[in-house]
Design a protein around this ligand. Structure first.
Ligand SMILES: NC(=O)c1ccc[n+]([C@@H]2O[C@H](COP(=O)([O-])OP(=O)(O)OC[C@H]3O[C@@H](n4cnc5c(N)ncnc54)[C@H](OP(=O)(O)O)[C@@H]3O)[C@@H](O)[C@H]2O)c1
Length: 280
């Protein structure tokens, strides 16, 4: 199968290249293709003629999106629209990645695929606009909502918090809950999904829910980091973009593509991260 991955230099882009290594993968980064350019996008995709396109490209800086709305919408809404039009014209499926931040976080239970999105941030709004554009432009779509994504490659919360390991105390928000997702686990699930024709919207995130505080405790325990983890409230760390208090994801889809429990992802991340530190 010829798989085109766009946004290939991001966290998920890297994980996808690894998970799909037995396929014929074409990996394009921002320099190869800017998905906001409609004509360039349709021309480039039609030239390589893939069997499926996976969009791992996005404007992911949640706080910066509040002040750079146009860029967020261009990459997160216009880009997916361009990809959906291009794939639809070729009659091939598009996998588009979206986010738990399309929900407002007021639900007590985990969010499933058919809960009503109500994003609070510009990032969440632009990602929801991207989902809607994809649904409008092509029937052959997999919209995959994921959450709290991290990898040993790229910028993310677990790597940032590990850099504070030398401190005696680390303060971490305990009143936001989500589903931490190890990018290689998500990439494996997407690799399975593209072998099917069960188009639709999927929640694919680390199974179970936790807070940033508990995530940090689990991570530090695996890495033998002795800094004390102190729980604080979201209001103690004001940020430009509002975050949902609860964005734990669950799935009602059949067939169910389940990711491992979030704790497994943290363990695997810690093992790889410790290994990488030894090498460097
Ligand atoms: N990170 C999370 O916690 C999280 C949570 C939920 C959902 N998601 C979603 O998961 C997906 C993957 O996220 P990620 O964390 O892997 O993202 P990432 O590491 O930030 O990577 C995004 C990639 O998109 C590229 N890109 C940006 N604008 C582009 C454009 N106009 N054309 C082509 N490429 C462009 C970036 O290139 P440059 O690096 O060169 O700018 C980068 O390589 C995204 O859809 C994101 O919204 C992420």
């Amino acid at each position: 199968m010829k798989v085109l991955v766009v946004g290939a230099s991001g966290q998920l882009g890297h994980a996808l290249q690894d998970a799909l290594r037995h396929q014929d993968v074409i990996a394009w980064n921002f320099d190869t293709l800017d998905i906001t350019q409609r004509i360039q996008t349709s021309r480039a995709i039609s030239e390589v003629s893939p069997d499926v396109v996976i969009n791992a490209a996005a404007f992911t800086n949640v706080d910066q999106a509040e002040s750079d709305r146009a860029s967020a919408y261009r990459v997160n809404a216009v880009g997916p629209q361009n990809l959906a039009c291009a794939t639809d014209a070729l009659g091939i499926p598009l996998v588009h990645i979206s986010t738990d931040y399309v929900f407002d976080g007021t639900k007590i239970e985990p969010y499933h695929e058919f809960d009503q999105p109500q994003p609070r941030s510009i990032y969440g709004k632009s990602k929801l606009a991207g989902e809607e554009a994809v649904r409008a432009c092509t029937r052959q779509h997999f919209i995959v909502r994921t959450a709290w994504l991290y990898h040993t490659i790229g910028k993310n919360f677990p790597k940032m918090i590990c850099q504070l390991a030398g401190k005696s105390e680390v303060r971490v928000v305990s009143d936001q809950r989500g589903s931490p997702t190890f990018a290689p686990h998500l990439a494996q699930a997407i690799a399975q999904l593209i072998m099917t024709h069960h188009y639709g919207t999927y929640h694919l995130a680390g199974t179970g829910g936790t807070s940033w505080f508990e995530l940090t405790q689990a991570l530090f325990a695996h890495l033998g980091i002795t800094a004390q983890v102190v729980p604080v409230l979201t209001t103690d760390f004001p940020r430009p973009a509002p975050r949902p208090a609860n964005s734990v994801l669950t799935s009602l889809q059949d067939p169910l593509v389940l990711l491992p429990p979030w704790e497994n992802g943290v363990r695997e991340f810690a093992e790889q991260y410790a290994q990488d530190l030894k090498v460097t």
